[in-house]
Design a protein around this ligand. Structure first.
Ligand SMILES: [Zn+2]
Length: 70
């Protein structure tokens, strides 16, 4: 089972190595995480970086957390 984000407007999806609850957390706290990221020298976990890039690209769109097989 894997989870990711899907933009309902662009029909684009990204699969990330994180559980559903963390994806929901990141989506709702995107702006806070972005601020924290600026002050981290080591950067965030890989999936968070990827997730943020996707969320920013689809800013203002309807992004949902999706679940895929395998
Ligand atoms: Zn979009």
């Amino acid at each position: 089972m894997r989870f990711g984000y899907q933009c309902e407007e662009c029909e684009e999806a990204v699969w990330l190595a994180a559980p559903r609850s963390e994806l929901q957390w990141l989506r709702s706290r995107r702006h806070v995480v972005r601020e924290v990221q600026k002050h981290l020298s080591g950067g965030l976990d890989g999936w968070m970086d990827e997730g943020l890039v996707f969320l920013e690209r689809h800013d203002g769109h309807s992004v949902v957390v999706v679940q895929g097989g395998r």
